[in-house]
Design a protein around this ligand. Sequence first.
Ligand SMILES: NC(=O)c1ccc[n+]([C@@H]2O[C@H](COP(=O)([O-])OP(=O)(O)OC[C@H]3O[C@@H](n4cnc5c(N)ncnc54)[C@H](OP(=O)(O)O)[C@@H]3O)[C@@H](O)[C@H]2O)c1
Length: 331
Amino acid sequence: MKTKNFANTGEQVSELNLGTMMFGGRCDEAEADRILGLAIERGVNFIDTAAGYGNGLTEEILGRIMQGGRREKLFVTTKVNKGVDRASILSSIDESLQRMQTDFVDLYLIHWPVEGMNPTEIMGALNEVVASGKSRYVGCCNFPAWLLAHHNAIAAANGWPRLINNQIAYNIIERGVEVEIFPQAVTENIAITAYRSLVQGLLTGKYRWGQPLPENTRGQTSAQIITWLSQFGESVDRFIAFAEERDITPTTLAVAWVRHNQAVTAPIIGVSSLPQLEQALDSFDYNLSDEEYAQVTYLFDTEVKEEGLQRFPGLKYNFPRLRRNLNLVQG
Ligand SMILES: NC(=O)c1ccc[n+]([C@@H]2O[C@H](COP(=O)([O-])OP(=O)(O)OC[C@H]3O[C@@H](n4cnc5c(N)ncnc54)[C@H](OP(=O)(O)O)[C@@H]3O)[C@@H](O)[C@H]2O)c1
């Protein structure tokens, strides 16, 4: 497993970030234990969890299965539970540490922006979390670029740690983040971790439009999977064929597509069984050429097109393209 620099920290994280949201749900503790064991054996150190997963059960399971010298090998990320006021942030980190039986996490994230939140209060509380040694670094999930910049301006003005990670949904269907969040991340050295890289399993080859939803999958209950399958069924078929022509799995193609973007530090891969992890581990060696990337991207008409002038591809001042490609000098 290759590693990547984590923002400007000097830390090395594995390119596969192991998503644990299914631990304690579709994946029982014994299987979670096997998954974590194999992941570590194959060089994965980057682990993603959250206080909210299974109402704390996922963190509790991690606490037990990280015993025996595993915790020390891992770069553990967790996320604040619901409230983002000072008291909620400070109590949430304590509860997470207790559940995970660890003195600190490596990365602590605000899970979602909340209406009416107070950025100065949030950054002050995150500063306290870092100052008390309960997390080494802080970041956010699902923040628009301006909001992240606003929080980091507050951090800079007060001498507090800045947000160095934005965890966002990114895959060949959900591409809005390419327009401002990715250029910001590259310019400001913010690590992007991409969740839903496999579109909740839609791009693994097991869902086909016009065929029954496979048994024992999230597709049985996920309105998102069913909606995307109905919207992109033909594209998914061609995506699977594209992978088969290259003798790779659709999972490998989905991971390679996400990894192709230079802004991405690590795709987060959620697994609910050991065979899924085995396939994910084997998916990180395939690199798409620029030509293949363009071909596979063309299978889905999902590029963000904000302006009518998008219809004139040669036009110099095409606003979405300009915003994607500003390529400022890194500070
Ligand atoms: N920050 C946030 O707001 C946020 C939001 C969502 C998720 N996350 C994080 O991101 C992680 C991944 O998100 P996600 O689970 O929604 O999306 P995902 O990684 O795109 O999808 C994971 C699902 O894909 C299926 N899958 C994985 N490997 C497979 C394989 N080799 N063959 C067949 N199916 C396979 C499994 O579905 P089945 O279980 O149906 O088999 C698995 O549950 C989560 O675990 C969590 O850590 C963060």
